[in-house]
Design a protein around this ligand. Structure first.
Ligand SMILES: Cc1cc2nc3c(=O)[nH]c(=O)nc-3n(C[C@H](O)[C@H](O)[C@H](O)COP(=O)(O)OP(=O)(O)OC[C@H]3O[C@@H](n4cnc5c(N)ncnc54)[C@H](O)[C@@H]3O)c2cc1C
Length: 300
């Protein structure tokens, strides 16, 4: 079967040449060949089995850590948000959370259950699946500190459970079996009867005062180098406000690059490279990217 031809049931529910700018928080990105929103685990399993071997597959959550190049994505993109959305308490301390659940929803539900510390999830504008892939963290909390086990599905559509010990985890880094994607995770928290939604409001107010969260961005572009802050180095290199096309280093937080509404992915990527080169020249530190850059360069 041709990679771009699928059984009629899937054909009817696929989107072809789907602009990825609709699915990323930077609002840039060219078309995905195939964009599929599964109904459930059985459906995604059948979809994967029907794709020709070798067709590239990428899963996305809310696209809040993704720079998709202007030439788009070859192969299939699978959307999880709103699909794998189970969120239930399994016992006193443990919660099952689907990979498509927004981290903010997980944070709020944990407050209702009197579990924590989970408030930090409210600061991550992505899904649990993205947080598992990135080991996302905020306000001193980190996703994988809470993972007991995960459910994954592989390229052949086979679902399995894995203990957290199957993964090597670090600061914004997770390495595990390749060609598998997260369906959900069993998370463990402490009993925190006193925790309230005011705790979340307080954290978010702090964030609003220091980060340009109302503008189009992907959050921090670079990870912090050991013992320092990427934002400090970028600011000390005189780059606040520096722009390439419609992309600009935020004046509010130098580790954010914002799209003024007219940026292309190429503008953003060029600015990322310029910031890296300038910081290296000025401070001798090579910044590593936190953002994931995917897809093809446009030749238009
Ligand atoms: C304003 C703003 C503030 C931010 N603040 C923070 C912060 O404080 N801390 C922080 O850590 N991040 C922060 N981020 C970045 C981002 O929200 C996180 O990295 C988040 O975890 C990404 O989740 P997502 O669902 O949007 O993933 P996406 O951006 O859709 O994907 C990110 C990566 O995860 C992979 N992925 C997604 N879902 C799955 C899955 N189910 N299985 C396997 N792989 C998957 C994708 O292929 C991709 O490689 C911020 C972003 C913005 C826009």
């Amino acid at each position: 079967m041709n990679a771009l031809s699928l059984p009629p049931d899937f054909e009817a529910r696929l989107s072809r040449n789907e602009p990825m700018s609709k699915h990323t928080s930077w609002h840039v990105g060219g078309p995905a060949d195939l964009f599929f929103t599964p109904l459930d685990v059985t459906d995604i399993s059948a979809f994967l089995q029907n794709l020709e071997a070798g067709t590239p597959v990428m899963w996305i959550g809310l696209g809040s850590n993704l720079l998709v190049r202007d030439g788009g994505i070859r192969g299939a993109v699978i959307e999880t948000h709103g699909v794998f959305d189970e969120l239930e308490r399994r016992n006193d301390n443990e919660v099952w959370c689907g990979s498509g659940v927004a981290c903010a929803k997980l944070a709020k539900q944990c407050i209702k259950w009197g579990l924590g510390p989970a408030e930090f999830f409210a600061g991550i504008p992505g899904t649990l699946g993205g947080a598992l892939a990135m080991n996302a963290g905020a306000f001193g909390g980190e996703t994988w500190r809470h993972v007991v086990s995960v459910a994954v599905i592989d390229r052949a559509g086979v679902r399995r459970e894995r203990p957290a010990a199957d993964y090597t985890v670090g600061y914004r880094h997770v390495a595990g079996p390749s060609d598998e994607w997260f369906l959900g995770a069993l998370l463990r928290f402490e009993l925190r009867p006193g925790v309230s939604s005011d705790d979340i409001r307080h954290l978010l107010a702090k964030r609003k005062a220091t980060q340009p969260i109302s503008e189009w961005s992907c959050g921090s572009v670079f990870t912090n180098p050991p013992g320092d802050h990427a934002a400090r180095l970028i600011e000390a290199s005189g780059l606040k406000g520096f722009r390439v096309g419609g992309a600009r280093v935020s004046e509010m937080h130098a580790n954010f690059i914002v799209n003024d509404g007219t940026a292309s992915a190429a503008d953003i990527e060029q600015l990322i490279r310029f910031v890296q080169q300038t910081v290296e020249q000025e401070h001798g530190v090579r910044l590593s990217k936190e953002v994931r850059i995917v897809g093809e360069v446009s030749h238009d």
